[in-house]
Design a protein around this ligand. Structure first.
Ligand code: ADP
Ligand code: MG
Length: 703
């Protein structure tokens, strides 16, 4: 029997929560902190000192020796540099542990080795980390000891954002301000703020660490670059929601404990579709904290795996032929007086505020589908989006039967006088209770689906930060709200004006609504007829950042300057080129040092046995045939290897970031696939013990 867990006691143990601040801070300081947390502004220097001391005392009581400004550079992961609390020893050689308000609020470091997309030359090295009071400080416990982590934003000397948090926070303020204008129009004067809430569902793979260590591709690229499919894949659908195996269960238990301690509400866990694939979902929370927590989830998943002799792969497509991993980004907007703007109620046709919000979101998604597509682009996600898996690369919105019908009524007659209801679910079994059905079924193929009282953006990749998607969503919706409010605030007759505006937006942007099968070829053609963008790859998505409409949007709401956008476009190209370069070099290395030598050895043995058998007077038909086939594939491998080396060298020599990225996509990536084919074929032709690395069957079925 395993030990019982006291979750209530564990939860948030390592977080400097509001509750702990209330206990430890003088009333006036606590109130000041709360005010800044909720409505912005600056903490006075004195209060910052008081908070820093309380935070340090709490951290030290819990074993902390260091603090760090924890931030999120454009690498998409987090960064930390630890500073001990120790101070200069006094005359008697004693040290005092100290931490000042100044150290809490601001950090300065040489940050020239983080991606900046040309925002800064290497000699302009100063970077500042600035305390984000809205995301609680927490303790990280690991082999380093206990570290006090202070979530921070990261900016250049000139104040340009060098991270993912700064624009996210800017976008949250923008959407709040504009959404408030909308709710005020409907008489909600009590609300002072509108918060974007996010719940990300995180998919991941677990493989045996010893086997992982035998595969250079998993180590360097996080995905298998070679590998013939196992005889069994996911076709029996027996892994999805299947009973969780002991080893995985022990991992999940440990993972939950670590996350709960850091205040992450790990809630749902299950086996996913592909063998060795799993999912964890937390309870939704403020977008900013959700982004921070998702980083902690990813990091903790990897850390805890090591303790169980496992390795966690967050890559979007670790194994060809079975499902890849994504991250459903559930997003909604709520006022601080308890109204979820995305809650349609039972009769959405009568909920005018909801219909206006919905119309604005449809307009935003249609106008900026290319930006949303960029926000979900990462190198691994190119294997999913548009590659016949997960959502297609074309952005469209699924509304479901009920809302689609309401929208249709509004467009056709300008009135919606009814809403389809779910009704009772009848099982035909007398002992089963009849239950209420939802008004709408689910649609698995839609990239942007309305699911009851939130939208679910499903294109996001499993390894990516969810900051970009949420920054983008908040920004585009802020713009649509702003344009609607500009119209409606000056209307003489609000009732008529809002009614007309909803109809106008729905009519103009109905092409973005699609409730059918997003995986079908018919949809690709239909989407093209509707003029919806079909952006198939990460590198093709990057230019969406610097179109005039994107620059106008982001500059208007002070989320990105044109220069910051250009830098992010550049970083997108750089990330892509660097990652594909690593993949190509890994393939070259594996082919040269592992696969080709192994096959040469095997065919050498075959050749010797052909000779021996013939000498002994038999025909050696099978051996000769196999030898011939293997030699042909080996020759194909050698040629493909040389072609890949050439393509890689050529791409490396290109200096323009955009051209370089396109060369990696069009030439290098294609050459990689051409090398993979004969190697995978060889894997099926030679004896298992002759193959130099663990096969798919061992990696994903023997965990
Ligand atoms: P599923 O999509 O599998 O049905 P759930 O409905 O339980 O799963 O929700 C998935 C995620 O969406 C969870 O993280 C959940 O907390 C989050 N979520 C639920 N309601 C909202 C909401 N109003 N806003 C944002 N996220 C939400
Ligand atoms: Mg979901």
């Amino acid at each position: 029997m395993s030990e019982a867990l006291n979750v209530e006691e564990l939860f948030g143990k390592n977080v400097f929560t509001l509750g702990k601040m209330k206990e430890r801070l003088p009333g006036t300081t606590f109130r000041e902190v709360r005010k800044v947390m909720e409505h912005g502004g600056e903490l006075s220097r004195e209060s910052a000192d008081v908070v820093a001391k309380a935070m340090k005392d709490w951290a030290v009581e819990n074993g902390a020796t260091h603090y760090t400004h924890w931030f999120q550079p454009l690498t998409g992961i987090t960064a930390e540099k630890h500073d001990a609390f120790v101070t200069h020893p006094d005359e008697e050689g004693r040290t005092l542990l100290e931490f000042s308000g100044k150290e809490l609020i601001k950090g300065e470091s040489d940050a020239s080795s983080f991606p900046s997309g040309g925002l800064r030359a290497t000699f302009e090295a100063r970077g500042y980390t600035v305390w984000d009071i809205t995301s609680p400080a927490f303790l990280k416990e690991d082999a380093t000891g206990v570290i006090l982590c202070i979530p921070t934003a990261f900016c250049s000397y000139k104040g340009e954002a060098l991270d993912k948090k700064t624009p996210l926070l800017r976008s949250m303020e923008a959407v709040s301000e504009q959404a408030l204008r909308i709710v005020r129009l409907f008489g909600n004067t009590g609300a002072t703020k509108v918060t974007a809430s996010v719940g990300p569902e995180q998919e991941y793979f677990l493989v045996d660490r010893a086997k992982y260590l035998q595969r250079e591709d998993l180590i360097f690229a996080g995905r298998s670059l070679f590998g013939a499919p196992a005889p069994k894949g996911q076709e029996l659908e027996d892994h999805y929601y299947g009973a969780i195996r002991e080893r995985i269960g022990a991992y999940m238990k440990d993972l939950n404990v670590e996350l709960w301690k850091m205040g992450v509400t790990a809630k749902t866990q299950h086996n996913e579709v592909a063998p060795a694939q799993h999912e964890l979902a937390p309870i939704y929370e403020t977008a900013n904290i959700a982004v921070d927590h998702n980083q902690l989830v990813m990091e903790t998943m990897k850390k805890v795996a090591g303790r169980h002799g496992l390795t966690c792969l967050l890559h979007e497509k670790p194994f060809a032929g079975v499902n890849g991993s994504g991250k459903h980004d559930n997003w909604s907007l709520s006022t601080d007086n308890g109204v979820n703007l995305l809650d349609p109620g039972v009769t959405p046709n009568e909920n005018v505020q909801f219909l206006l919000v919905l119309a604005c979101i449809l307009k935003a998604v249609d106008t900026h589908a290319d930006l949303l597509r960029w926000s979900a682009a990462d190198v691994g996600n190119d294997h999913r989006l548009g590659a016949n898996e997960a959502p297609p690369a074309i952005i469209s919105v699924f509304l479901g039967e009920q809302l689609e019908d309401v929208v249709k009524q509004l467009i056709e007659t300008g009135m919606a006088d009814h809403a389809i209801q779910g009704g009772k679910l009848r099982t035909g079994v007398s002992t089963l209770t009849d239950v209420e059905k939802d008004a709408t079924d689910r649609n698995r193929t839609s990239p942007f689906a309305f699911t009851g009282n939130k939208f679910e953006f499903r294109s996001v990749g499993s390894s990516a930060s969810i900051a970009d998607p949420n920054t983008t969503l908040n920004s585009i919706v802020a713009e649509a709200f702003c344009e609607a409010a500009d119209e409606l605030e000056k209307a003489d007759n609000f009732e008529i004006a809002v009614h007309d505006l909803i109809k106008k937006y729905l009519t103009e942007h109905q092409r973005i609504i699609f409730n059918g099968d997003g995986y079908s070829d018919a949809w690709v053609e239909e989407a093209a007829r509707r003029g919806l963008p079909n952006i198939r790859s990460m590198v093709e998505s990057a230019s969406a950042l610097t179109t005039p409409k994107a620059v106008k949007l982001f500059e208007k709401f002070h989320i990105f300057t044109k220069v910051e956008l250009e830098s992010r476009e550049e970083v997108t190209y750089e990330n892509y080129s660097k990652s594909i370069n690593i993949e190509a070099l890994t393939m070259i290395d594996m082919a040269k040092k592992q696969y080709i030598p192994a096959v040469m050895k095997y065919s050498g043995e075959l050749a010797r046995s052909v000779l021996a058998i013939k000498e002994a007077g038999a025909k050696a038909t099978v051996e000769t045939m196999q030898l011939k086939n293997i030699s042909l594939k080996l020759e194909e491998t050698q040629k493909a290897l040389e072609a890949l080396e050439k393509a890689t060298a050529k791409a490396q020599s290109i200096t323009d970031a955009r051209k370089k990225a396109f060369a990696y996509k069009d030439q290098v990536f294609t050459a990689m696939e051409a090398l993979r084919r004969p190697v995978d074929a060889l894997e099926t032709m030679v004896a298992r013990e002759a193959w130099p690395v663990p096969a798919y069957s061992e990696l994903i079925f023997e965990v």
